[in-house]
Ligand binder design. Structure first.
Ligand code: SF4
Length: 246
């Protein structure tokens, strides 16, 4: 990636060490390479108990591990505590994306990120989540700042990774690396709602594990051989009753 095209990057307020919450390889690829190019000291923190089902979680995580290892970046693999995630989201199952459910989801992930950073000598946290055009950056920054404010020494770095060609480089890197391309945000409710939308458009349901950047020609054949992702098969009683209506 031509570093000359990137603006010079430096941490705010003389900060020295970043714990970067990563949601997935496609979103973090550009963020990681930009920080590497700038010589910023950072580690990856993968804490995403929102991702459902576990097969999807493992695929997204392993793609991120592969990329981190290729760049020699420390990868911290945190808990997949789905029970706590469902507890936190209770009552918000039917919220739309970018609504209160997502605020709670971001809060939970960033609170854990900030705690780990506090306990392990990082003075800054940030996230790859904001590079996605599907996300509300103000919502993400709000959650990040709230989480960091729990600790006197910590800040949340609100850098806009989409700007200065960041969004385009995110796609370029994803194609170059042939990253797995997820087709829904991550939680079971986003899977449910995306599939509902697809069906309303006469489209097929999402098939997990088949779509990769730069390999579009392989998708059709792979889908023929893959069972569609279930919308049910959950441990949450709320969801079980909800999806039974679909
Ligand atoms: S839609 Fe995405 S951000 Fe919102 S609750 Fe689900 S996984 Fe979290």
């Amino acid at each position: 990636m031509p570093d000359a095209l990137r603006p010079s990057l430096s941490l705010p307020e003389g900060r020295t060490k970043v714990l970067l919450h990563s949601c997935c390889a496609p979103c973090s690829g550009e963020v990681m390479e930009a920080m590497l190019a700038a010589g910023i000291d950072y580690s990856i923190f993968f804490y995403n108990p929102n991702i459902h089902p576990v097969k999807e979680y493992e695929i997204r995580k392993n793609e991120n591990i592969r990329f981190a290892q290729a760049h020699g970046i420390e990868f911290i693999d945190a808990d997949y505590d789905v029970d706590n995630w469902f507890d936190r989201i209770k009552g918000l199952e039917n919220e739309p994306e970018r609504g209160e459910r997502c605020t709670q989801c971001f809060d939970m992930r960033f609170e854990r990120t900030a705690l780990y950073a506090h306990e392990h000598g990082f003075d800054t946290i940030s996230s790859s989540l904001g590079i996605s055009r599907w996300k509300d950056m103000n919502q993400i920054n709000g959650s990040g700042v709230r989480a960091a404010s729990r600790y006197d020494e910590m800040i949340y770095w609100t850098y806009n990774w989409r700007k200065h060609g960041g969004s385009a480089r995110m796609i370029e890197i994803s194609k170059r690396e042939e990253f797995y391309q997820q087709e829904y945000c991550g939680c079971v409710y986003s899977l449910r709602d995306t599939n509902r939308h697809r069906r309303s458009q006469g489209r097929e349901r999402i098939a997990l594990g088949v779509k990769f950047y730069g390999k579009e020609d392989l998708i059709t054949e792979a889908k023929r051989q893959t069972i569609p992702a279930p919308e049910t098969a959950l441990t949450s009683p709320v969801l079980a009753s909800d999806t039974a209506k679909t």
